[in-house]
Each structure stands twice: as structure tokens, then as C-alpha cells.
Design a protein around this ligand. Structure first.
Ligand code: CFM
Length: 541
């Protein structure tokens, strides 16, 4: 059997490595990038730059505002027709690539398989695309009879000034169903994060609070920021239902617009992906009095902890008992099934560079497997996702963030209903059970690296120096990483597998990771740059 091309990791001085990383840039860029990189030191409060523009020329993993709005938050609502107003590519390349799955309800309606676009042409760019958008909405409603329609603006729409809000109002009047228009032009903000915010705002204004149907159980919760990638939401639902907890609405995995319209009557909001949906949690608390609680359903221990937090919130002895029973049973099974994988995976190292929450959430699952996270970072998260929400009041709003509307929310005159007494709310805030997220940093090992918006160059240098056993990232880096002979697990779409959430998901994940890491194929990889002649170029100016 050939020997592994990537030998075991040498001891690396992280501080030295960080200097080496930034030295590869021109001085100005080096200065900027340095502020996005930390060596974890729990003995002092640490600050990191995040949610600022990527330096032009750097290969970033980030996506665009349209991706964050249509692709992430709104797209998973399966009983709506989502129309991309723009050239066909934006619609086509955001069509189901994220694997947000949907089960139709009793009405059998499911539009997830369709890709709707106005397919703008040169003529529309010159003379305006509003007429075409009107026709597209009419045609879609006539053919498919959806409960609601969404319209998503792409870059050219903003550049030529199509008034999609006016078209949406007009069509809503004509067709008698909600038409939600999102000004989520790709260029807005610095990443897809802007699109999350825009999606949250409109969903809050135009959908939440429209239907006052009350749940028939006191333990009705919404899950915010769970998008049912690879079926995650179904495993979470399986466990919550076993505990006697009713999922009232999910924003927005396996989600329905009708559920969202009555979400304001739930007792509690569970925030899974803080980055993409914290706006909604805050607004619903202010307007309707629903507290929110941060959960992480990724990893066996994390799942158990999250269930116990929910039980602690409700303070109901029968519920608590049931939760404890379910936890005991599920944890025992999961541990038994994880044991053989744990044996083979313990001590392996992993680096995670993903999105705005999974780079944190999955560290808990790797802990269950005995694996060590030696470096991690988000693509587009904000400082509070690293450092914790307590820093929010001290954050300066820059021009890019100011472009995204911050809604002024007041308690709803009729529908505001505090779910907790003032005393209890104060107590739960103080103990951190509700309204609290402490970010990724506290969970990271001393001496590990934290890198925000990592570039391809930095990731390559990191792999060469640290030689991790596994990289978790996305499609843009996957094959570059694997050419180094290091397996790369996509944590966005799960490489067409999953579910990975919850107790059973953890076992699925362990099985897949074990197969990847222990595949003999990595020892055979010879990247083209080692065998093919190299071109050299020099800058002379
Ligand atoms: Fe939240 Fe997501 Fe993520 Fe995200 Fe995303 Fe995603 Fe992600 Mo890809 S909403 S921040 S914008 S958990 S699509 S389901 S995997 S980058 S870490």
C-alpha cells in the first residue's frame, strides 16, 4: 500500500503561521487580513474583524445577497412560487443546489422542483423588465395556483430600477394572494448575510401575524434558522415530537407560508442558525412577546443539551420527565452506534470553514467523535457569531450594513402577549437561557486558529502546514482540497447525504466521515501541480 502523501502533522507554532499567512500579501492587504485571524486565547477577550468587504482579488468563499435571500431563507418554503427576476443564470444556478428538502402537506402542493425566472433579455435591460415580471407572476399563478408568490431581484434589476414593490402590490390586488417582493440585488451588502436580513424583514412585515390560529398545546415552538438540508429538520422533528413538543412553524426548512403566517401564536422561538435569522427572533419578541432560545441540534451532547434547555424554559415536570426519558434512550443508542467510529476517528484533526453557523455547530459533533477542531471560521458571519451577542451594543454600523433596512418594531397593539412574567423573563435573560448566544470562540481550544472569510490561498497554506485529517467546506474549495490528498466534506449540501442533525444524524455523519477519512484513495492522489510543468510569471511594473 503506498504511503500517505500527507504525513502526520508537525508541531506548528500558530503565531508564526499567522505571520507567514499574511506575509504572502501586499502590506495593505496583510494589515486588513491580519484583523480577520486569531489564535485562540481564552485568557483575554478577543476581537475579530467580520462582515466587512472582501479585498478585491482575493478568492473568497462568499456568496451574494440574492443567494442569502432567495436561496437561503425564502427558497425552502415549498408551497410558494419563487420567481427570480433576472437573467436565467441566477435562477438556474440556485435551483435546489442547497438540497433544502420539502414534504408536501395534505394538499399535495410542492413547487420545490421548479425553477421560475423572468429570463431577462437585453431588451428588458434596456426598456425595463416590469412588464415581463407582471406577465410572469400572472402566468405562474394561472398555471400553479400557489398560496403566495415571492419575487427576488437580481443585480441588473436594481441597476435599471425596476420597481418590483409596485408590481408586487399591483399583482396582489389583481390575483388576491400575497406577492412578496425582495430587493435582494446580489451586490447589496458584503455577502449573502445582507440577503438574510432583507428576507427576515419582508417575511416579518408581510407574512408573520396574518393568521391567529392558536396551537392546541402549551408546548408549541417555532424553529428559526433550520433549513432542512438533507432532511435535518425531519430528524429534529422526530425527536421533538417524541418529547411532546409541537413544532408550530419552521423558518423555513420544509416550511409552509401558512405556518409562517401563524407563527406568532407559538410559545417559544428556537434559534438554530443565529446568523441568518436572529433578526426575526428579535422582531417577534418585540412585536408579539415570544422569547427566543439558542439551540444547536448538531451533535449528540448538543442535541441533548438543547432539549433540556427547552424543558427548562417550560418548567413543566411532565415535559421535563419526558425529555429526560427521550434523551436517555436516544443518547444510549447513539453512543452505542457511534462507538466503533469513535474508536477509528478519535484524535483526528479537522478544520471547518463554512457559512455563518455550521463552523461552530459541527465542532460539537466532532467532539462526540473525539476529533479535534484545530482551525475554524465563518464565511460571512458577524462579530457576535464569534464573540457573543454581548458585543452588539459596541458594534459600529458601517456603510455596507447601513444600506440594509433596520425595521423599527413596536409591540403589536392587539397581538403582543408576554409569554413570561417580568421576573421570570429577567431571570432567564440573566442566566442566559433566553436571548443569549455566546458565539464560536468560547468553544475553541486554546492555540487553535480562527480565520474569518478565509481565502483559497490561506486555506492551501493551512493544509500544507497543519495537514488536517479532514476539511469541512463547500463546493468552491472541495476539489482543490482533495487534490492535496485530504478529504473534504461539504457542510453546505452534505455531499448529497444526510440528515446529520439530531441523534440519528450524528450516526450518519460518523459513518460518512469514517468512510471518507479511511478511504485508501487519498494515498494515491498526485495533484497536477506536482507532475506537470509549471509556468512562472513575474510582475515587472
Ligand atoms: Fe445558517 Fe444555513 Fe449556515 Fe446560512 Fe448558507 Fe446553509 Fe451555511 Mo451554506 S443559513 S449560515 S447562508 S446554517 S446555505 S443552511 S450551509 S452557508 S453555515
Amino acid at each position: 500500500m503506498p504511503k500517505s502523501r500527507i504525513p502526520t502533522a508537525p508541531a506548528v507554532d500558530p503565531e508564526e503561521f499567522v505571520e507567514e499567512l499574511v506575509r504572502s500579501y501586499p502590506a495593505k492587504v496583510a494589515k486588513k487580513r491580519r484583523r480577520h485571524i486569531l489564535v485562540r486565547d481564552p485568557s483575554e477577550p478577543q476581537a475579530i474583524d467580520a462582515n466587512v468587504r472582501t479585498v478585491p482579488g482575493i478568492i473568497t468563499q462568499r456568496g451574494c445577497c440574492y443567494a442569502g435571500c432567495k436561496g437561503v431563507v425564502i427558497g425552502p418554503l415549498g408551497d410558494m412560487v419563487h420567481i427570480t427576476h433576472g437573467p436565467i443564470g441566477c435562477g438556474y444556478y440556485s435551483w435546489l443546489t442547497r438540497r433544502n428538502l420539502f414534504h408536501p402537506r395534505s394538499d399535495g402542493v410542492n413547487f420545490m422542483h421548479y425553477c421560475f425566472s423572468t429570463d431577462m433579455q437585453e431588451e428588458d435591460i434596456i426598456f425595463g423588465g416590469e412588464r415581463k415580471l407582471r406577465e410572469a407572476i400572472r402566468e405562474a399563478v394561472e398555471l400553479f395556483r400557489p398560496k403566495a408568490v415571492s419575487v427576488h431581484a437580481t443585480c441588473p434589476v436594481g441597476l435599471i430600477g425596476d420597481d418590483i414593490q409596485a408590481v408586487a402590490r399591483e399583482m396582489e390586488g389583481e390575483l388576491g394572494i400575497p406577492v412578496l417582493a425582495f430587493n435582494c440585488e446580489g451586490y447589496k451588502g458584503v455577502s449573502q448575510s445582507a440577503g438574510h436580513h432583507i428576507a427576515n424583514n419582508k417575511l416579518f412585515q408581510a407574512a408573520v401575524g396574518r393568521d391567529d390560529l392558536e396551537p392546541s398545546t402549551p408546548f408549541a415552538v417555532n424553529i428559526l434558522g433550520e433549513y432542512n438540508i438533507g432532511g435535518d429538520a425531519w430528524e429534529i422533528e422526530r425527536v421533538l415530537v417524541r418529547c411532546g413538543i409541537r413544532i408550530w412553524a419552521v423558518f423555513s426548512g420544509n416550511g409552509s407560508i401558512e405556518d409562517i403566517q401563524r407563527a406568532h401564536t407559538a410559545q417559544l422561538n428556537l434559534v438554530m442558525c443565529h446568523r441568518s435569522i436572529n433578526y426575526m427572533a428579535e422582531m417577534m419578541e418585540k412585536a408579539y412577546g415570544i422569547p427566543w432560545l439558542k439551540v444547536n441540534f448538531i451533535g449528540v451532547q448538543a442535541m441533548a443539551k438543547s432539549l433540556r434547555k427547552i424543558a427548562a424554559y417550560f418548567e413543566d415536570s411532565a415535559l421535563t420527565e419526558r425529555v429526560e426519558e427521550v434523551v436517555a434512550e436516544e443518547v444510549e443508542i447513539a453512543h452505542k452506534e457511534l462507538a466503533p467510529y469513535r474508536e477509528r476517528l478519535a484524535g483526528k484533526t479537522v478544520v471547518l470553514f463554512v457559512g455563518g453557523s455550521r463552523a461552530h455547530h459541527y465542532q460539537h459533533l466532532f467532539q462526540d467523535l473525539g476529533m479535534r477542531t484545530i482551525a475554524a471560521g465563518y464565511e460571512f458571519a458577524h462579530r457576535d457569531d464569534y464573540e457573543g451577542r454581548h458585543i452588539l451594543p459596541s458594534l459600529k454600523v458601517d456603510a455596507d450594513s447601513r444600506n440594509i433596512e433596520e425595521l423599527k418594531v413596536e409591540p403589536h397593539p392587539e397581538k403582543y402577549r408576554p409569554r413570561l412574567s417580568e421576573d421570570r423573563a429577567e431571570q432567564l435573560h440573566r442566566t442566559g437561557l433566553i436571548g443569549h448566544y455566546e458565539g464560536m470562540l468560547p468553544d475553541m481550544e486554546p492555540g487553535s486558529l480562527v480565520i474569518d472569510d478565509i481565502s483559497h490561498l490561506e486555506l492551501e497554506m493551512l493544509i500544507k502546514r497543519y495537514r488536517p485529517d479532514l476539511v469541512c467546506s463547500g463546493i468552491k474549495d472541495k476539489y482543490v482540497v482533495e487534490k492535496f490528498g485530504v478529504p473534504c466534506k461539504q457542510l453546505h449540501n452534505y455531499d448529497y447525504r444526510g440528515p446529520y442533525a439530531g441523534f440519528r444524524g450524528a450516526v450518519n455523519f460518523a459513518r460518512d466521515i469514517d468512510a471518507m477519512i479511511h478511504s485508501p484513495v487519498w494515498k494515491l492522489v498526485r495533484p497536477p501541480w506536482e507532475t506537470e510543468p509549471r509556468l512562472k510569471a513575474e510582475l515587472t511594473a
